[in-house]
Design a protein around this ligand. Structure first.
Ligand code: GLN
Length: 288
């Protein structure tokens, strides 16, 4: 005779005991909802409900991965960003709420209605898609070096029916000739020896999206140095960075002739992004 199937309540209780995250019940309910197609409140209303054997097996497989620390977003295959449901995979960083501050900041800049905008290292496409969703008249381009990110960003643009041009490019090198009114990026900015790399979700995220040399600033330095060649006069560069990198990043912007250089905070009140304007006249004056 077949073994009786466990109830939702029994499945959840067992998973909650094993998952060592800060939110074991939420994690377990999200995974059970994912495999069953039932919403989370139904587990409380009908705790005795049984799933079929295939669903139980799938749930157990996901719980086992969550127990090892695999991020919930990778297990579910999606993550919300700027109210947009995005597909995610282990080829890209999981979009963070703090990066929504970067989007807010970009939307506040004095840009033309037909602004040409570039998102460098787009990953899932999060920043580019959020901007395209808010500003349908902007011409938004996104690029990434990783093949897996390109596939994902294109799939997200298609699903959300948002017009974003996606290119494979190592920073600026593979871009079709163009010049932009805004270049925005959430580049890798963690120092290679940072102990945070051994904790939480980042353990499972691609190092290529996180780590940037001994002080975490290698990619930021390169982007700031090369951006002027791709910016229209009076165009803006807006970069996310680590909470303790603001002063160093402002110095890099100023060194390369950017003006109106300022740092802005994230939702946690940390210095999280720096912006500057490429005023060609001002830069030429500075060189005299
Ligand atoms: N903000 C991310 C973190 O600290 C890092 C993202 C990045 O390097 N771009 O987990």
């Amino acid at each position: 005779m077949n073994k009786p199937l466990p109830s939702c309540e029994a499945l959840l209780d067992d998973a909650v005991r094993r998952i060592a995250s800060d939110t074991p019940r939420l994690d377990a309910e999200l995974l059970l909802s994912h495999v069953s197609g039932l919403n989370r409140s139904s587990f409380r209303a009908f705790p005795e409900r049984e799933l079929d054997a295939a669903q139980v097996t799938e749930f157990e497989g996901l719980v086992a991965q969550r127990v090892q620390g695999m991020p919930i977003a990778y297990l579910l295959g999606h993550q919300e960003f700027w109210s947009l449901p995005l597909k995610v995979s282990s080829n890209t960083l999981i979009p963070r709420p703090d990066t929504e501050c970067l989007v807010e900041q970009a939307l506040e800049l004095p840009l033309p209605d037909n602004a040409r905008v570039l998102d460098l290292g787009t990953g899932t496409g999060a920043i580019a898609l959020a901007l395209a969703s808010e500003k349908p008249t902007w011409l938004v381009t996104a690029c990434d070096l990783q093949e897996g990110a390109i596939t994902l960003a294109k799939a997200n643009a298609w699903e959300l029916e948002l017009a974003v041009n996606v290119f494979q490019s190592s920073w600026f090198t593979g871009l079709p000739t163009d010049s932009f009114d805004l270049i925005v990026s959430n580049p890798p900015y963690i120092a290679s020896g940072d102990h945070h790399l051994g904790e939480g979700d980042v353990r499972f995220e691609p190092a290529s999206a996180l780590v940037a040399g001994a002080d975490g600033l290698d990619d930021i330095r390169q982007i700031v140095a090369e951006a002027p060649a791709w910016l229209n006069s009076d165009g803006w560069l807006l970069l996310e960075h680590g909470f303790d990198q603001a002063k160093a990043v402002r110095a890099v912007f100023s060194e390369h002739g950017f003006t109106s250089v300022e740092t802005r905070k994230d939702y946690g009140d940390n210095d999280r992004m720096t912006l500057g304007q490429w005023a060609q006249q001002g830069a030429a004056d500075a060189e005299r």
